[in-house]
Design a binder for this molecule. Structure first.
Ligand code: PDD
Length: 276
């Protein structure tokens, strides 16, 4: 497989970076994870727009304009002859330079690679278990930054408790999960945290807003609490990897009857139809 870099395509075993690389030393960069179904990008515009928003937020200049990014990402799939379900990981850092907190005078490092990614069909059908964790991140979670230490610690804790994800909360208010957005259904309405600086503005989240509207399910962008979570009729999460994923247990306590909810299932079906 070939990796896309700012210096053209490079064989995956031949790509190396200097030890003084700002992504490695400072986490000084941004990334995107983009879904591919049947060899085609899904929600690509949303991802590219967010990439440029993240870059601007950390004063990083993307080495390409948007048209060039679209063109290069298309090339990446062609060169690797991608036909099935996959994902692209794309990362831009502030470059390689002698370690100094101040921005260097070098070009950014850009790379993107593609990996096969089957759909999580068993989990989508049966639902997953999650835990809750205090959200210990900074105040700019809308930036898709490489600094993921709080996220990986939360996810690892979930894994150690045999769970799929960790729902994060700032005091009583639920924000999102370690690598996905989270929703409850209560009395026929969907609630999710508004698009503030405290959550990542998920591409699947924005698609779910449209899908809910088409299905005539009201979606209210209002933060809900840990208590609301406990009494919810349904709970689900979304991401490019996990799609629309039912949550059937929280902190080892069943959500309602412990089965994926009906509204969640309708959204799942609508998503699947849209992604086809
Ligand atoms: N994570 N919230 C966080 C903190 C995330 O890291 C992600 C995505 C999402 C969902 O965003 P989207 O719908 O655009 O995938 C929400 C990616 C998949 C990752 O880090 O691997």
């Amino acid at each position: 497989r070939k990796i896309l870099t700012q210096h053209g395509f490079v064989d995956k075993d031949l790509l190396t970076y200097p030890y003084e690389e700002r992504g490695l030393q400072f986490g000084d960069g941004i990334y995107e994870v983009i879904r591919i179904y049947h060899g085609d990008y899904y929600l690509l515009t949303e991802h590219v727009e967010r990439l440029f928003r993240s870059a601007a937020a950390i004063k990083l200049t993307v080495p390409y304009n948007k048209e060039q990014v679209y063109h290069k990402l298309a090339e990446l799939l062609e060169i690797n002859d991608v036909k099935g379900d996959a994902k692209v990981y794309l990362q831009i850092t502030r470059g390689s330079a002698a370690r100094d907190h101040v921005f260097p005078d070098t070009e950014p490092n850009f790379y993107a690679y593609v990996q096969d990614l089957p759909r999580p069909l068993t989990e989508l059908k049966n639902g997953v278990s999650v835990i809750t964790q205090e959200d210990e991140r900074w105040q700019n979670c809308y930036i898709k930054s490489l600094n993921l230490l709080p996220n990986i610690l939360a996810k690892q804790e979930a894994k150690e408790q045999n769970c799929f994800e960790a729902i994060l909360h700032r005091k009583e208010k639920v924000t999102e999960c370690s690598s996905s957005n989270v929703y409850i259904v209560k009395d026929g309405k969907i609630y999710t945290h508004p698009e503030t600086n405290n959550i990542l503005h998920g591409c699947v989240r924005s698609k779910v807003k449209t899908l809910a509207q088409n299905l005539n399910i009201p979606l209210i962008e209002e933060a809900f609490t840990l208590e609301d979570l406990q009494t919810a009729d349904e709970v689900f999460l979304t991401s490019s990897n996990a799609e629309v994923m039912p949550i059937i247990s929280i902190d080892h306590k069943q959500v309602q009857d412990g089965k994926p909810g009906t509204k969640t299932i309708s959204l799942q079906k609508a998503y699947e139809q849209d992604a086809k």
